[in-house]
Design a binder for this molecule. Structure first.
Ligand SMILES: *Cc1c(COP(=O)(O)O)cnc(C)c1O
Length: 373
């Protein structure tokens, strides 16, 4: 077979990351929770679903029906449930169910604002994101009121939706009271409340409340429910607690290329992970791993934890030189929000790898030239 670009492809049995030196000699990386592999429960579910042979395509299969039912059971309500391939699609398509001439209020560090290449604006055909500065990453009732006041001219883009991320992009968790207060303002202004729950399970593990309490009981009307970062191979769910809001969603998802034809390989893992409790165990492990890492680094002189560790993320403030030498030692990580180094922990985080990272951070800090007196 001739490759299209004319380059020869040699069969290789080496791990592709080994060739590109991506992983170097590190047992694990904590650059993101989507660096992790597929958790055993999800992988076995795929294998089992495949072993049954042929099944109807495009979600007209028993796994998809049962997974949607399992989500309704989990949330103790009859919601409209859809499965898409990515979290970006979940957010963009959920937000695109709005009138296209309206706007969406979100934190200035919201994933929909910083990391989706304008997908919500693109799929909505013209919605505008209004992103008031939120110093700790959390949207507040005051910020929503301010956006509303600013958009009072008939020429402005009228807010129709508020989108909050739970946990936030900087790892904080909205309390139930905070969500209720936001929902209150939304109700006052007739705004819909959407939750980007790419790491929803981590927030549930952190608060120990029911999924219902964190969503529709608190006034959330639509949820992007993350599966990928929770341990699946691919696939996030969109849950409309107000079923009337789901009108047109299926059509938009198909139009966007987000209706998976072999849907059962997305939904069989959802079903197994919800039924077995793996979704919550994975999140508890991820959160505990973040706490372990925070404890291992908090006493290192010159290193500061940027935000309280409330979910599976730890942000470290440290000199750029130390970050560079940490990278030179082969660790991969992103820097965010005024150059804090972000470390995220997934279902598979290993204690020894966490300690190895912490030890390297300590060593990088110790190597810095002493500050001149
Ligand atoms: C990862 C993430 C998403 C979805 O990202 P995809 O890469 O499109 O799956 C959405 N919101 C937040 C907060 C995320 O961290």
């Amino acid at each position: 077979m001739t490759p299209r670009a004319g380059r020869s492809i040699k069969p290789s049995h080496a791990h592709p990351c080994a060739r590109t030196r991506l992983m170097q000699d590190k047992p694990q990386h904590f650059a993101s929770d989507n660096y992790a592999g597929i958790c055993p429960e999800a992988l076995e579910a795929i294998t089992r679903a495949s072993a049954t042979g042929s099944a109807p395509a495009y979600g007209d299969d028993p796994w998809t029906r049962l997974a949607a039912d399992a989500i309704c059971t989990l949330f103790e309500t009859q919601a409209a449930v859809f499965f898409v391939l990515t979290g970006t699609a979940a957010n963009a398509l959920a937000l695109a169910t709005l009138p296209p001439y309206c706007s969406v209020i979100a934190s200035d560090i919201a994933h929909i604002e910083t990391s989706e290449r304008g997908a919500p604006e693109f799929f909505s055909g013209g919605s505008k994101l209004l992103t008031p500065p939120c110093p700790d990453g959390k949207l507040t009732p005051e910020a929503i009121r301010l956006c509303r006041r600013k958009a009072s001219s008939p020429h402005a883009s009228e807010p129709a939706v508020v989108s909050i991320t739970q946990p936030t992009e900087n790892g904080l968790v909205y309390t139930l009271d905070e969500i209720r207060a936001l929902a209150e303002v939304c109700k006052e202004y007739g705004l819909k409340l959407h939750m980007d729950g790419a790491r929803f399970a981590c927030a549930i593990a952190a608060l120990g409340c029911t999924p219902a309490a964190m969503t529709w009981e608190a006034g959330v009307e639509a949820l992007s429910f993350g599966g990928t970062k929770n341990g699946m191979a691919v696939g996030d769910a969109v849950v409309f607690f107000d079923r009337s809001l789901a009108r047109g969603f299926a059509e938009r998802a198909k139009q966007a290329g987000q209706l998976a034809s072999k849907m059962r390989f997305i939904t069989a893992p959802w079903l197994t992970m919800l039924k077995s409790g793996a979704w919550l165990r994975n999140a508890e492990h991820a959160n505990a791993s973040a706490r372990q890492f925070a404890q291992a680094v908090e006493a290192i002189p010159g290193v500061q934890i940027a935000w309280p560790v409330q979910s599976n993320a730890v942000f470290l403030l440290m000199p750029e030189q130390a970050m560079n030498s940490l990278r030179a030692r082969g660790w991969r990580f992103y820097t965010f929000f005024g150059a804090a180094a972000r470390f995220l922990f997934a279902w598979d985080a290993q204690s020894a790898a966490i300690e190895a990272l912490a030890a390297d951070i300590r060593a990088c800090m110790a190597q810095l030239p002493a500050p001149s007196p």
